[in-house]
Design a protein around this ligand. Structure first.
Ligand code: ADP
Ligand code: ZN
Length: 627
């Protein structure tokens, strides 16, 4: 988006410049209607009638070799009724005049002016540059600026005048020197093996063909953000030592219809010139969404053009030419099926979130550049980061290094690694966020409600931390971490999650007697879980082993729900039932543990952050005492 605002900004600046240019041309015109050339006689008449405004300026213009008087006079223009014209505030209308004096015959005029007690200012206009020359200079100046803009935009492609130029970035020679190779990619071995073949082909197309290999034209990399899709595509180019053109689907979102399409043509034209090479299109879903036919409105038309152009280009070349298009997406289900037809993106490489082993490898790879203290255990970090992508892990190490520098440590230690991990998951702590004691109280009770249930429910993930220090947009957080990589979730787990969601609101209500907006995220979460259980996972008693396709969340192309309106209503009822059950269950549990809730909330107000184990001790410890 930053790119778009920048080009909009440039366009505006350009328009402003043009306006200025015209305006200044107008001002430069010496015969602009604002100054009226009058006869000497009229000047005298005005002087006698007392209409000359004090002072008068006598100008000797060197260039023209003439002297003239200039200043303002009140006009005796009249309106239709014969009354003198008046300005907005009733003042008489003034007019700028200029009267050229006959050479050598102006001393008497000076006397007359002085007799009428009108001051005379004397000026000499010595500008070696005549107004005409000035105009020329201005004109060329602006032409130059114009050209400069135009040129700049062409250079980087896009903007108001760079209509069709491609935005594809080719690696510069400096970047090419420190090429990305497979050695820079860790933890996604399967994907890496799958693309090995492409490298072989690019390295030696003739051999590859002779042996009967079939070369794909398009490869679709599918996987969550940050798993290394771009990195892998770059590594393919690096290994094969071929140019790498990179762009993003969002680069084709332009203000004019047709710009995206022509940009696409440019990319392919350039790529064909430099084949064998790799064209990488990130976020392909932003141009390759399913075409909706009748339902399509406005904007989607431009995408369709871009998409069609890309398909035509891909169909138009022979795979043997050596242009391989690699596209990345994390939402393959939204892609138009035309993209996936044979001869187009008919090969898919799935890039998954790394497993425990993969995370270890990625941490080791990125950790090479970092100095650790002896207690730092990257294995433990790998275990504590299920669900992290490669980019998240790289980010974690980076944050840890920064934190260590700020703490003036000799090396990154375990505590700092933990801190960095929390920051990557839950956002940065905002200690300075000025929030009132009342906000803190609400947050303490709210989080205590979540945390107690997190510990009490056997099917919930272990509690990692609970805090009332604001982080990101939340005022507090109850942090749970799954014990190991989660590949499969159970119904009991979902039910527990829903109960935990309810805990915050219930605690506020039972103790403080009022409820806050702090629960909005929890409410959304609980509702979402209930709906997913019913529609996707067949986990409701009422509907059992059935799936209901939900309207797609993606804008502009809602699919018709694959069920009747009646079913839809029944689903709503069932969602409500699941959520209501969770709420009343959670309420019962918190009521039974009211004393612990109170202790925890008070401790939180005091300590701000508590470790999962501390809370567990508190909850279980008192449990044994009571039982
Ligand atoms: P994607 O294209 O899938 O969104 P990127 O390739 O842009 O992800 O990854 C962003 C960064 O994260 C990379 O530049 C790299 O530093 C790091 N990264 C991601 N995955 C890996 C991986 N498998 N191995 C090493 N580094 C990775
Ligand atoms: Zn909450």
């Amino acid at each position: 988006m930053a790119k778009n605002t920048e080009s909009a900004w440039r366009s505006w600046l350009l328009i402003a410049l043009i306006v200025c240019a015209f305006f200044s041309m107008y001002r430069m015109n010496p015969h602009a209607p604002a100054t009226k050339e009058i006869a000497l006689l009229d000047f005298y008449r005005a002087m006698e009638q007392g209409k000359l405004v004090d002072p008068v300026t006598r100008v000797f213009d060197r260039d023209e070799g003439e002297t003239y008087l200039t200043g303002e006079m009140e006009t005796d223009k009249v309106d239709a009724k014969g009354d003198p014209l008046a300005g907005g505030d009733g003042a008489p209308v003034r007019e700028r005049y200029r009267v050229t004096l006959v050479p050598g015959e102006n001393s008497s005029i000076m006397d007359d002016l002085l007799n009428n007690s009108i001051r005379v200012e004397v000026k000499e206009k010595r500008g070696a540059i005549s107004p005409f020359v000035m105009q020329l200079i201005f004109f060329f100046g602006f032409m130059f600026l114009f050209y400069w803009f135009f040129y700049r935009r062409m250079g980087s492609g896009g903007g108001l005048f760079g209509f069709g130029k491609s935005k594809a970035k080719v690696l510069t020679s400096a970047e090419e020197k420190r090429k990305v190779t497979f050695a820079d990619v860790a933890g996604i071995d399967e994907a890496r093996e799958e693309v090995q073949e492409i490298v072989e082909f690019l390295k030696n197309p003739a051999d590859f063909k002779r042996l009967g290999g079939k070369i794909p034209k398009g490869v679709l990399m599918v996987g969550p953000p940050g798993t290394g899709k771009t990195l892998l595509a770059k590594a393919i180019a690096g290994e094969a030592k071929v140019p790498f053109f990179a762009m993003s689907g969002s680069d084709f979102e332009e203000m004019f219809v047709g710009v995206g399409a022509s940009r696409m043509r440019d990319v392919f034209a350039e790529a064909k010139k430099r084949a064998p090479c790799i064209v990488f299109i990130d976020e392909i879903d932003s141009i390759g969404q399913k075409r909706t036919g009748a339902g399509a409105i406005g904007g989607s038309h431009a995408y369709e053009q871009t998409l069609n152009t890309m398909l035509v280009e891909m169909d138009g070349f022979d795979a043997n030419e050596g242009v391989i298009v690699i596209a990345a997406t994390n939402r393959p289900e939204t892609l138009d099926s035309a993209l996936l037809r044979p001869g187009r993106f008919d090969r898919q490489v799935v890039v998954e979130l790394p497993t425990l082993k993969g995370r270890r490898e990625i941490l080791a790879l990125h950790g090479k550049k970092i100095k650790f203290s002896p207690d730092a255990d990257l294995d433990r970090v790998a275990r504590g980061t299920p669900g992290f992508s490669g980019a998240d892990l790289a980010n974690l190490l980076n944050e840890a290094a920064l934190l260590a520098v700020r703490k003036k440590l000799d090396g990154v230690d375990m505590e700092t690694l933990d801190e960095a991990r929390d920051k990557v998951i839950w956002g940065r702590e905002r200690k300075s966020a000025g929030y009132s004691q009342k906000d803190r109280e609400y947050t303490a009770w709210h989080e205590a409600g979540h945390a107690i249930l997190q510990v009490l429910l056997p099917d919930a993930d272990p509690l990692h931390k609970v805090t009332i220090i604001p982080r990101g947009r939340a005022l507090g957080a109850t942090m749970a971490l799954p014990e190991r990589d989660v590949l499969n979730r159970t119904k009991k787990h979902f039910l527990a999650e829903m109960r935990i969601c309810c805990g915050g609101r219930i605690a506020e209500e039972t103790v403080l007697g009022d409820i806050s907006t702090g629960a909005s995220q929890d409410i959304a979460q609980a509702t979402h879980i209930a709906r997913e259980m019913i529609c996707r996972y067949g986990m409701s008693d009422k509907f059992g082993f059935q799936a209901f396709m939900e309207p797609s969340q993606f804008s502009g192309q809602d699919l018709p729900p694959a069920f009747s309106e009646e079913t839809s209503r029944e689903i709503d009822v069932e969602v409500k039932k699941l959520v209501d059950d969770a709420y009343s269950d959670a309420k019962k549990m918190l009521k039974a543990n009211r004393a612990k809730l109170e202790t925890l909330a008070k401790l939180l107000l005091e300590k701000e952050t508590m470790d999962g184990r501390e809370v567990e001790k508190l909850v279980r410890g008192e449990e044994t005492e009571a039982g």
